[in-house]
Design a protein around this ligand. Sequence first.
Ligand code: ZN
Length: 727
Amino acid sequence: MRAALTLSLALAGSVAFGPALRAAAETPWFERSLVGMEVGPTGAQFGSDPTDTGYAARFDGRDIVERCARAHCEYLVIWARDGEYAYYDSRVVAKCPGLGSRDVLKETVEAAAAHALPVIAYCVVQQGGRYLEQHPEFAMRDAHGAVIPGRFCYNSGYLDVVKRLATEMLAYGIAGFHIDMLDQGFGPPYGCFCAHCAKRFESEYAAPMPKGVTWDDAWDRMLEFRARTSARFERELRDHIKAVDPRASVDFNYHGNPPFSWEVGQLPVLHAVNGDFVTGETGVWGFSALGVGLNAEFYRAATPGLPFQVAMQRGVRMYHDQTTRPLADIRWELLTLLAHGAFATVVDKTGYDGRLDPVAYDRIGAAFAEARAKRAHFGQAPVAEVGIWFGSRTRDWRGRETPGEYFQCFQGAHKALVYAHIPWAVILDENVTAETLARFRVVCLPNVAILSEREVALLRAYVEKGGALIVTGLSGCADRMGNLQAHSALEDLAGVRFERALDSLDNHVRFGAEESPLAAVRGPAIPAGWPFLVKGPAAVMEAAGAAPYGELMKPHRTVRQRQGKEGTEWPMSADAPVGPAVFLNAAGKGKVLTFACSPDYAAASEHAVVEARQILVNAVRILNPAPRIRIDAPANVEAVVTDDAAARTLRIHLLGYNSPPAATPARNRPFVLPSLIEDAPMYRAAIELAHPFARASALGAGTVLTAREKRIEAVVSDVHEVIVVAY
Ligand SMILES: [Zn+2]
């Protein structure tokens, strides 16, 4: 609390701030902003009765602008249209009755002018409510022709309605739009199979629509059709907005990242690039604490070179719950996003009548003041040693209707690297090039089962030029429809022969004490001869040029399990070895390290033994023994490294996730939500550089730092610290 207060005073006393702001006003708001808010009312998110005139009666644009300006906001996203109402004088959709003659958008734009605060209109697309009930002709339909409640079809003509709404709002002089909810549903029943869609599908593919979820060539076309439909809707809406006002920004809320999959109708890159920048959500409630940084980096990978925005919430649980997080918890999430290069929106949902919680604005204001005072330390080029490959085709066709099984591999690889403070970034198959791969010393394929010929060729060229590849589990082992094939697409490159996939997930590995170039996979912490669980997909492989190491062990099965009378969800102990656990192959100037097991899946699983994570981290060190930077800190501290090459300055952001123990939940045991961060952590971190540096300093006054030759040691006692290293 004290640190934030000091920074707040420092910001107020800054003399350079005014001129800097004026100069910056030439650039679009989303290129100069670090922090902003989105404000909308609570009480219509599950529908609203038109006689409910108390709802949003005090939702007041002037009050919101004043509060946001005092809270150091650099832009304001104001709720202008949701599924129930418009919060301005609309001729297209019903206005919120509680507003009476007031027009919140008008109030907001007028009040914001005095503060030079850009106003962004929040406009929802896919939230079925009053308008959809009145216009069933726009409804999405399932494979049987039944209306899917609450969902619009994007081929139905609804686009024209949204264009008319946008035109109305642009007349207010807004700076842009945040267009929310461009999904096609988040699960079954799937759409859209309406007459509009069927006609368009037949004209595009000269074939009839599939009759449901068939997971065949027809469904492949359907997935493409759905994705194209969403992209077309976004682009046509964007083009309309730009035609009316070329200066207005457009961003679409994004659902291309895990845990969202094909059902949403989005691909990671195709649907990230249709606005001026991409916006997505984060929050421990839906994306985990690790998801904060992961989401930000996923958006960066999807939109190279563009700014990217992440939205977080002020409530302790989710958006509309009318609770306020402690400052330390808000600071941790906000500063994590900024350290990863995002700009951040904090979503505030007002009380039922529209009133604002003053404590929320005090805390958000303190966090925003700190963020702005630290502005010079955000936005530099990220340093990433390992690229984590995400396969959208694997998501769709291997993940199918249980995509979480695939996401767990991607997320587990990420978790292992974060805990080990190895700088990482995301690689997306849709936009990967040789240049993308060349940025990384190590590329990791965490169970990327489906790899195209183009992707394998890119990986081969990367390795042969000196790159290092980590392959886990069933990477390359499935055909383009997600079915296991007789050979792995990576066999030649990896120097192995794929025999078969194990039909178990409770697989173990065991490493002996023998001499091997791969002995460091075991490392000093794992005893020789000790079988340990590496939960996840595994393959029986034999060496075909690669050096093998260790043993992959299938699990025991009880008689009842073999009789099919008992499940195999809970891990059983290790049975006999079925093949090597790890392989190392040389190819050209590079190397491929193949795990027959899945340390990635294991790391994010419910049986996340530490050793499973360690073998993945040890593999990185075998392939890249002398990294530019090594960071040693507790596992609850995330490190983000950036490099300002022109100024020869490395920055190591340290973010302490200091969640105290949680209580047993009343429902859904044992799936506890983490407790909120209340206290700043105190911990020791050591940073080892490959080369000597000129000087090192810590941003925070409370950090005790010592630096000698290539090593920096720091005792940190805050949620966020930046170690600045001049080299
Ligand atoms: Zn349709």
